[in-house]
Design a protein around this ligand. Structure first.
Ligand code: SF4
Ligand code: SF4
Length: 507
């Protein structure tokens, strides 16, 4: 058992109000520069919708992530090393700027310098790329609140398997917001796709970064990432991505998106995991992927895990932080958080609590009472439209897993309501979701009234860990000499290593 710590995030989709504050503060911090005008390390999409870049979930088109080949081995969807190398100068599987959007500014000079006249001066949009007048036909928030959903949302890859009737009626029944950042995967396809070995996963906290000095701008990482969360800086020609705000994390502070989230829906914490179990978790059938990834995570309260972690130089306060981790509590203790598209097999580490609100909307629409558990449970199990969609997004199509989470969330609300109004406990309802009153109250504290100190449990980095924070690898945990990655086995236990220069513009 090789124990590693991973900094991870959970987002509660019921609480996102789609204000985009997270996107704007992230942009101001990380991509407010020439060359990355079009890049949003954090973006918020309305679902159903094709998102940003367009239809990023359509891996038949973009060839991102991993898949099992006919012999059951894991292969990059973008192909083996030879195929990728032959495509270095003409990679057909890259989103174009039109798939992201053409960034614009406005002709503010006209507003400021226009002489007094009869008409109102107009600031026309100018392309931020060419400086020439342009017309705005698409953007990262084009589908906000289902705007234009009639033309785009039916092309949402998650809608593919929904019945035709559901496709026609989704506008009436549900929508929700999906904030997205890099998943800082345990098995990052971006890293294995990179021919230069420029992408590395930090040994101490699992944050995935790009070494700007090693990147050669081949763009294979953009194709490899199924979440399309790597961007090319058009000024430097080099890859950039979400850094999980590592300088803040090292100081014990939450990411900028987390700190500024208006809905207080983000949770950040450590997960201990067994590196030796990662490979097996990627090789199971789609419907087993969620449970397989849970098996990779280690119980931070287990005496055996604590002993092994201490023996492997994990600092005591990191073990203690893993025990207090809200990510552990939501993903493993209460099992209400689920991974985004586990079928990409990258073992993503930003998980989501599915939104109950679409089901509540539908409950009310068919005459049910959205505060009565029986009506909600009936809606969860019988009104398939939102459930099927959420399952496509979070469980590789397993509706039972999503239904189980939604019923637990509904039971939590109902339990807190009856306890507050009548000082009673509905034991039948608790039995139906397999949770005790104490568990639901603990979940309520975490989801409803948690303070910042409960939502962000981040142990500061140790100075003596500098080498591990900077330790880099040119391979992923699954790489070997003949394997899918560019070489190198596992995250190295390097005592020292080249110091990466993250996101620095090449001179
Ligand atoms: S989500 Fe992040 S870590 Fe995972 S493959 Fe994409 S860029 Fe790499
Ligand atoms: S700041 Fe929070 S509530 Fe607002 S869009 Fe971002 S994730 Fe949603």
């Amino acid at each position: 058992m090789r124990i590693f710590a991973q900094m991870a995030m959970v987002m509660n989709l019921d609480k996102c109000i789609g204000c985009h504050t997270c996107s704007v503060t992230c942009k101001q911090t990380w991509t407010n520069r020439d060359g990355v005008e079009y890049a949003w390390f954090n973006n918020v999409e309305t679902k159903p919708g094709i998102g940003y870049p367009k239809a990023w979930e359509d891996q038949e088109r973009w060839k991102g992530g991993w898949a099992l080949d006919s012999s059951g081995k894991l292969r990059l969807v973008s192909g083996g090393r030879i195929r990728r190398l032959t495509g270095i100068f003409a990679n057909p599987d890259l989103p174009s700027i039109d798939d992201y959007y053409e960034p614009v500014t406005y002709d503010f000079d006209t507003l400021l310098t226009q002489p007094v006249g009869k008409g109102m001066p107009v600031a026309r949009p100018l392309s931020a790329l060419t400086g020439k007048p342009t017309s705005i036909t698409w953007g990262p928030n084009w589908e906000d609140d289902l705007a234009g959903a009639g033309t785009t949302a039916t092309q949402d890859p998650n809608m593919k398997r929904l019945a035709a009737k559901a496709k026609m009626e989704f506008e009436k029944s549900f929508m929700f917001y999906l904030p997205r950042i890099c998943e800082h995967c345990l098995n990052p396809a971006c890293m294995s796709a990179c021919p230069s070995g420029a992408i590395y996963k930090r040994e101490r906290d699992g944050i995935v970064l790009v070494d700007q000095d090693k990147c050669r701008g081949w763009r294979m990482c953009v194709t490899g990432c199924p979440y399309k969360k790597i961007y090319i800086n058009h000024a430097t020609g080099l890859a950039e991505k979400c850094t999980f705000c590592y300088p803040r994390i090292e100081a014990g502070l939450p990411t900028v998106c987390g700190e500024t989230c208006v809905g207080r829906l983000r949770y950040i914490g450590l997960i201990l995991y067994d590196l030796d179990a990662v490979e097996a978790a990627t090789l199971v059938a789609d419907h087993e992927l969620l449970e397989a990834q849970r098996q990779v995570f280690l119980d931070p309260f287990s005496p055996e895990v604590i002993k092994a972690a201490q023996a492997q130089s994990i600092p005591p306060e990191w073990i203690e932080a893993a025990q207090r981790s809200p990510v552990w509590a939501l993903a493993m203790k209460h099992k209400v958080a689920l991974p985004l598209h586990p079928e990409y097999r990258t073992l993503p580490m930003v998980w989501y609590i599915p939104p109950l609100s679409p089901v509540l909307d539908v409950t009310a629409e068919v005459g049910g009472d959205p505060v009565l558990p029986d009506d909600i449970f009936h809606a969860v199990t019988s009104l398939r439209i939102p459930l099927d969609y959420l399952a496509e997004l979070l469980t590789a199509g397993d509706t039972d897993q999503v239904a189980g989470v939604l019923m637990k969330l509904a039971a939590m609300r109902a339990h807190m309501r009856t306890r507050t109004l009548n000082a009673e406990t509905d034991h039948d309802m608790l039995a139906r979701v397999g949770a005790s009153a104490e568990e639901l109250e603990d979940l309520y504290r975490l989801l409803g009234i948690a303070k910042m100190a409960d939502r962000y449990v981040i142990p500061p980095a140790h100075t003596e860990d500098a080498a591990m924070l900077n330790a880099w690898t040119s391979g992923c945990s699954l790489s070997d000499a003949s394997g899918v990655g560019p070489g190198g086995v596992g995250y190295p236990r390097a005592a020292s290593g080249p110091v990466p220069v993250e996101l620095r513009r090449r001179k």
